[in-house]
Design a protein around this ligand. Sequence first.
Ligand SMILES: [Zn+2]
Ligand SMILES: [Zn+2]
Length: 246
Amino acid sequence: MQLQVVGSLAPYPKVDEACSGYLIKQGQTTCLLDCGHGVMSLLGRYTDPYNLNLVIISHFHPDHYVDLHALRHLIRGGMTMGRVAGPVDLYIPNAPREQWEYWQAVAEFRVYTIDPAMKLSYPGLKVEFFPALHPLPAFAVKFQAGQSSLFYTADSAASDDLWKEARGVDILLGEASFLAADGQLAGNLGHMTTLDLARGGLQAQAGMLIATHLWPESDARVISAEIQSVYPGKTITAYSGFSIDV
Ligand SMILES: [Zn+2]
Ligand SMILES: [Zn+2]
């Protein structure tokens, strides 16, 4: 499977960057994982957006979903032109309720409510969800293609439960919203620091760490250095355009 980063910043994008958006590609399956600010303006660089067959929104904070409104219109156009066969599968949390209800009524998506008990099976790709620790209901997501695995923390405070679920993954795509010095603030807001993510990577024995959900003004070298002070494996600081075969 291939991971393609469309956007990795939070809570606002910079020029030529975007907030949370990742493509997971495996055979005929192309999944868009989160669709925050700016994702739609970059998506066409990395895939034919008419070919998406699965969209997952980890939670309803704007940096993870606002461009879903734009994607909806693209799909509508695609259906009209015959380039999209029908509604696209969309998985969303069940809260906030007004968001959940709004998307139920959108004809361009076939909407499913995320439940940690569900195990999705798309051609070549299995998907599972795990509750994250965040002010809104949010879900970490695990992708498995054959023996290859990728675990996305979504937005979450550090969580032993998540590290247990992520155990042994090839790639841990984890949020590092704050630098080490802001540990107290990060925990209070339901986020992680570089060191939280690094410790999680160690605990989960992840094959590789990709730090994401990054403050736009942070220096990638500082983020990497802080992570590598704890986590000895390979570490990448995510940016729009980065891709890797898992
Ligand atoms: Zn959030
Ligand atoms: Zn966020």
